[in-house]
Design a protein around this ligand. Structure first.
Ligand code: HEM
Length: 406
């Protein structure tokens, strides 16, 4: 494997607390913005820990987006079947850009305003379930993660992609297995099963196109049979489940954890909910570090950056949560402070692959935080957040429960 990254530190770095990132990042940043590390698969990589260099790695097209000149021999970030290895040869990124153009009209802020009422009604029904669980076992904590934080994004992505609602749990279970970092054969089996499911769904949809994203894919392919030349349509459809779901779940869970771990934060928000919610959502996005990995790029050529030379083919891991806590960019970066003026975090990435679903994600987070605190004004955490642990066996990380009481 061609690489110049010296094998040194092992990721993921140890972390004591779900609400804070590993202290190793700050120590490394004092040393250099880009550091050689070893991944859990034993492969060499570079980890970017500073804001400016992270922004460059996101936007400089010499850092290829899941593309590699020799994908079979490329370094891997983990054993997961998604977000851990190249998705194809050099034409994959061009294909991604075309798919992005196709999907963009479905994600405009205007479209999201239209979807808001629907997301609100889904949220209300999840809150009804939380109330029912509370009434069934008075005095016992209720799991926000199970009944809302996890549930709502499943319902939303199911409708957006256009698979039957009854299949939602099955699809998400497959997506979970694909994201496991420690069982490569099972992760790959789950990826193959999800792709097969999507293949059959596409066959059914061909005769019955709807207003969903998979139907949009089929329309694009009908107009241009080469639209999915580098990677089949069903693989792209399968690839949308994870980014459209896991990312949102963890921000909901962490938002509730941040806001309730110090009730003064919730009180500050609810003193002017509509006026302050946007600031709160941005600070939740900046501070949340859901996983202990990062976003991947492969160098398309030798690149001088941050005092090091990254060789063609090297794996570069952008630790966006470390960049979001770079003191050169954010004052008192460790503090959760929704009143901060600078909100230019990198949680949605930056540049040509910046998150396509960010308007949707912001709308979901806004709806959930406001609805939860309006419905249950006395809600509080049932567990000490310092007892919670990030799951390093999942590339998306996250927590399994957020127990609430009121
Ligand atoms: C709070 C929730 C979310 C967060 C934090 C998030 C974060 C991100 C980030 C960091 C990227 C860039 C990845 C990179 O450059 O390597 C990205 C890309 C993407 N996200 Fe999101 N995302 C969220 C929600 C969503 C949702 C709800 C959807 C869709 C339903 C979505 C769809 C996508 C897609 C399709 C891309 C790839 C864009 C491209 O390659 O051009 N995301 N997201």
């Amino acid at each position: 494997m061609a690489s110049s990254a010296v094998e040194k530190l092992q990721i993921p770095f140890p972390r004591e607390d779900v609400l804070n990132i590993s202290p190793v990042y700050a120590k490394l940043r004092e040393r250099a913005p880009i550091i050689p590390v070893t991944t859990p698969t034993g492969d060499p990589a570079w980890v970017v820990v500073a804001y400016d260099e992270a922004k460059i790695a996101f936007s400089d097209r010499r850092f290829g987006y899941y593309t590699h000149h020799d994908p079979k021999n490329a370094a891997r970030m983990s054993d997961a079947a998604i977000h851990s290895h190249p998705m194809g040869g050099m034409d994959f990124e061009d294909q991604m850009v075309r798919m992005r153009k196709l999907l963009t009209p479905g994600f405009t802020p205007r479209r999201m305003t239209m979807l808001h009422e629907w997301v609100q009604s889904l949220t209300d029904s999840c809150l009804d379930d939380m109330q029912a669980a509370h009434d069934k076992n008075p005095g016992m904590p209720v799991d926000f993660h199970e009944l809302l934080g996890f549930r709502l994004p499943v319902l939303v992505i199911t409708a957006l992609l256009g698979f039957p609602i009854k299949d939602g749990d099955y699809i998400i279970a497959l997506s979970h297995r694909m994201g496991a970092t420690n069982n490569g054969s099972d992760a790959r089996a789950a990826a193959a099963e999800l792709t097969e499911y999507m293949r059959e769904l596409v066959v059914q949809k061909r005769d019955n196109l709807g207003q969903d994203l998979i139907s949009d894919f089929v329309r694009a392919q009908n107009e241009d049979p080469d639209f999915f030349a580098s990677r089949p349509l069903e693989s792209f459809a399968a690839g949308l489940v994870f980014p459209g779901h896991e990312t949102t779940v963890v921000r909901m869970d962490f938002g509730v954890l941040y806001l309730l771990s110090d009730p003064a934060r919730r009180d500050w928000l609810m003193a002017d909910p509509e006026g302050r919610i946007d600031q709160v959502v941005e600070e939740v996005l900046r501070t949340t570090s859901a996983h202990n990995y990062g976003l991947m790029r492969y160098a398309n050529e030798d690149i001088e950056i941050g005092g090091v030379t990254i060789r063609r083919g090297d794996l570069v891991i952008i630790a966006e949560s470390a960049a979001n806590r770079d003191p050169a960019m954010f004052e008192r970066p460790e503090e959760f402070d929704p009143t901060r003026k600078n909100t230019t975090h990198l949680s949605f990435g930056h540049g040509s692959h910046r998150c396509l679903g960010m308007s949707l994600a912001r709308m979901e987070l806004t709806t959930v935080f406001l609805s939860l605190f309006k419905r249950f004004p006395n809600v509080r955490l049932a567990d000490d957040p310092s007892e919670l642990r990030i799951d390093n066996t999942r590339v998306g990380g996250g927590v399994d429960h957020v127990m609430l009481t009121w």
